[in-house]
Every structure is written in structure tokens, then in C-alpha cells.
Write a new protein. Structure first.
Length: 334
């Protein structure tokens, strides 16, 4: 059973509005005698359910290992300059290991920590090679490894085709500066013709552009498939509201997006993704050479459906899908 312990952030970090929480797995210092308590730092790029689940899973993975640790959790609040600044502050504190959740934070942590020799674990990075966090599909860069959340694009396309047999055009809204988004769109474009789809993409540079971009995109497509693009996910309610008004279904990339209004997803379990990263971090803390640990990719997809969202749009979910899906409707009010 883990024991939570709060720690105090430096004043500079507090000025950024970051949240610092603490926890430890295994025994307390008093019980463990000479057992080392490791310092773990986490930088999460944005505060949305997918990444929150990564963090929760990461701590569960550490707890399962039985090591003793203190953890400092910080969020960049989807801001690149804050992201870089926090990563540099983390490196200056020289923790035993750092976890960067989402591509921008993993990149910032690696850039800040490499010269200091601080091992970095990445989590929720869709394309580590494109993000320059890995040399190949199996080998990460020196001093970093982790877990990729490469989306199961073919499973998603299969799901969309089964639910919308007449659909032809799938829309994708994405941030042009996110390497993982660009990589995933390329994957969609390659595989979509096999399922009789055309991909229509619309890029944005910041959240303020989402409402207008959504209007343009929704006028051209039969449905939208969402990815793990942090800016879009952080502003998902805006897209969902506009799509519902236009009677255009939006498919998510994981269960939390479905619970927040997307009609369905063949996506990734981000709790399990985080657990994998936590287990890898524990291996490094227990003495394994990080350079000898290949990064892992989540391969299993999980189907979730929102029956309320489907009913709102007048879409009947086929029995062949409901038989194997988990229902994830929004929590009822009151």
C-alpha cells in the first residue's frame, strides 16, 4: 500500500501555478532502514483526462514495484514556454528519474536532463522516432526510453466503417506543431483508402483557432476522428458542441474522450500505458541500464461507445459492436 507524502515546491515553480503531490510505494523510511527513497519528477504537458490517466497509471506502476519514492508532479498547462522552463527547473534539482508525459514534455525533459545524466522515461508519445526520442522503432535515444501510444488507426477505421457504412470523408483537426499528430495523420491517409475513406485535415496553431477551424472542417466531412493532439483534446468540448449542432459524429481515440461526448473509439487504455512506463522507471531505479531497455508500444485497442451521444445524433450502434464494447456515457448530473 503506498503512503502519500506531500512535498513543497520551490517558489519559482509555485509562481507557475504547478501542482505538486507526493506519494511513495513500499515501506516508509522508518520501516525500511537503509532503503533508498528515490526522487521522481513528472512533467505533464496538459491537464486533460488522457494524460491524467497516464500519470495515475505511472504511479501505480511504481507502486507495484515496491520501491520507496517521493514524486513531484508538475503541469505545463499546454504552454510551450512553461513546459521548457519547468523541465529546466526539474533538471536543476537532479532527481533520480524524470517522466515526461506527452511528446512536448518528453522532448523538453530529455533536452534539459541529458547533459546532467538524468534518465528520462517518456509516456504517451505517439511517434518517438519523429519526435527525435528514438533512433528506430525499437531503440530509443541514449538516456531515454518509455512507452508509445501509437494509435490503432486500422481498428479505428474498421470501427467507423462498421458504424457508418455510407460515410466517405473523415475529418481530422490537429495542431501543426505536434509531431505525433502529423505522424498519425500520415498513417490515416495511408490506410483510409483500404476502408473506402478520404481524409480531410484542418490544421491549427493554437486553441483560439479551433472554433473557426471546426466550422470549416465539419462542413466538408461525414464524421470526425480525434487523435491524441493535446491542444484539440484540451478543447474537446468546443469541437463536440459544434459537431453535435451539425449532426456530425466525432470518434475519440480513447475512452475518456468517449465519456466526454465522442460517439465511440477503438483506442488505448491510458491507465495501462502509464503502468507500463512506471514499471520501466522502476527497472531503471533498481539499477538496469536505461540504454539497454527498448521502448515499448501499446498494441491492444479497447472499444468504447457512448450510447447517449449516438442517440443524440440518431445513430444506431450495431449489435456487433455493442457486444464487444464498454459503454462510457457522461456521468449524470445531480
Amino acid at each position: 500500500m503506498s503512503l502519500t507524502k506531500r512535498i513543497i515546491a520551490a517558489a519559482a515553480v509555485a509562481a507557475l501555478g504547478v501542482t505538486v503531490l507526493g506519494g511513495c510505494g513500499g515501506q516508509t523510511e522508518e520501516q525500511s532502514g537503509e532503503a533508498k527513497k528515490y526522487e521522481v519528477a513528472v512533467l505533464q504537458y496538459a491537464d486533460h483526462p488522457s494524460l491524467d490517466n497516464c500519470l495515475e497509471g505511472f504511479k501505480l506502476g511504481l507502486d507495484e514495484s515496491g520501491i520507496s519514492y517521493e514524486i513531484e508532479e508538475q503541469s505545463a498547462k499546454n504552454d510551450d514556454s512553461t513546459n521548457t522552463q519547468i523541465a529546466q527547473q526539474i533538471a536543476a534539482k537532479k532527481p533520480d528519474i524524470v517522466c515526461g508525459i506527452a511528446t512536448p514534455s518528453a522532448q523538453a525533459c530529455y533536452n534539459a536532463c541529458y547533459e546532467a545524466g538524468i534518465p528520462v522515461i517518456f509516456n504517451a508519445v505517439s511517434d518517438p522516432v519523429a519526435a527525435k526520442l528514438a533512433e528506430s522503432e525499437t531503440q530509443a535515444m541514449d538516456g531515454i526510453t518509455g512507452v508509445s501510444d501509437k494509435l490503432p488507426v486500422e481498428a479505428q477505421l474498421e470501427l467507423i466503417r462498421e458504424m457508418l457504412p455510407e460515410a466517405q470523408k473523415i475529418g481530422i483537426l490537429y495542431t501543426t506543431s505536434e509531431a505525433n499528430s502529423i505522424s498519425t495523420i500520415a498513417d490515416y491517409k495511408e490506410k483510409a483508402p483500404e476502408y473506402g475513406f478520404e481524409i480531410v485535415e484542418k490544421g491549427i496553431t493554437n486553441a483560439a483557432e479551433i472554433p473557426q477551424a471546426a466550422d470549416v472542417l465539419l462542413a466538408q466531412v461525414d464524421c470526425v476522428t480525434n487523435m491524441t493532439d493535446n491542444t484539440v483534446v484540451d478543447n474537446l468540448p468546443v469541437l463536440i458542441e459544434k459537431a453535435n449542432a451539425a449532426k456530425i459524429p466525432v470518434f475519440g481515440s480513447e475512452e475518456e474522450q468517449v465519456g466526454n461526448g465522442c460517439i465511440a473509439a477503438a483506442g488505448i487504455d491510458y491507465i495501462e500505458l502509464g503502468k507500463q512506463a512506471g514499471r520501466i522507471a522502476a527497472r531503471v531505479l533498481n539499477g538496469e541500464d536505461i540504454s539497454a531497455i527498448p521502448y515499448e508500444t501499446m498494441t491492444e485497442s479497447k472499444i468504447t461507445v457512448n450510447t447517449d451521444a449516438a442517440a443524440l445524433l440518431g445513430i444506431e450502434i450495431p449489435q456487433s459492436i455493442t457486444d464487444k464494447a464498454e459503454v462510457k456515457n457522461a456521468p449524470s448530473e445531480g
